[in-house]
Design a protein around this ligand. Structure first.
Ligand code: FES
Length: 155
């Protein structure tokens, strides 16, 4: 990330004019934005009402990262990388849904709602039955029902 180049673009701003073109199109600027905004800030990811029951989930991209927010059987809301431990396929398609277990569509590896690997088909035994990487520990605002996600922990 070339911060000097980005600083130069900001330095080229002229009052009363649009931002310099590079601030919209430069790959360095995009990489900086992805890291500084989507990778380090608490972001509103959804609402508790969208994941009311155990197994309800929200699947989305946050910056470059596929993120999955799931209501567990214990009522807790957790955030995970939406990426299979096997070969990295997206486990749940974008959008919202509900599932008793999270099954990767590629080779059918299956995780519980806490991210623990339950079944790995023919590969069972070759992989630890550990948990998936937590993407984040979502924060909830009980009054408003907001779910916020610090994706920095996921990067
Ligand atoms: S990539 Fe998910 S089971 Fe193979």
């Amino acid at each position: 990330m070339d911060l000097a180049a980005i600083a130069t673009l900001f330095g080229a701003r002229r009052p009363g004019h649009a931002l310099p073109q590079g601030l919209y199109l430069d790959p360095n600027t995009l990489a900086f934005d992805m890291t500084a905004i989507f990778g380090e800030s608490w972001l509103l990811a959804g609402f508790e009402a969208e994941v009311r029951a155990p197994g309800d989930y929200l699947s989305m991209m946050v910056g470059h990262w596929p993120i999955l927010i799931v209501r567990g059987r214990d009522g807790e809301i957790r955030g995970f990388h939406n990426s299979c431990r096997h070969r990295g396929s997206v486990v749940c398609p974008p959008g919202n849904g509900s599932a008793a277990r999270l099954t990767c569509p590629y080779h059918r590896w299956t995780y519980d709602l806490n991210g623990k690997l339950l079944a790995a088909g023919a590969d069972a035994g070759r992989f630890r039955q550990g948990r998936s990487r937590a993407a984040a520990d979502p924060s909830r605002d009980g009054r408003r029902g907001d779910v916020h996600l610090p994706v920095r922990d996921a990067a």
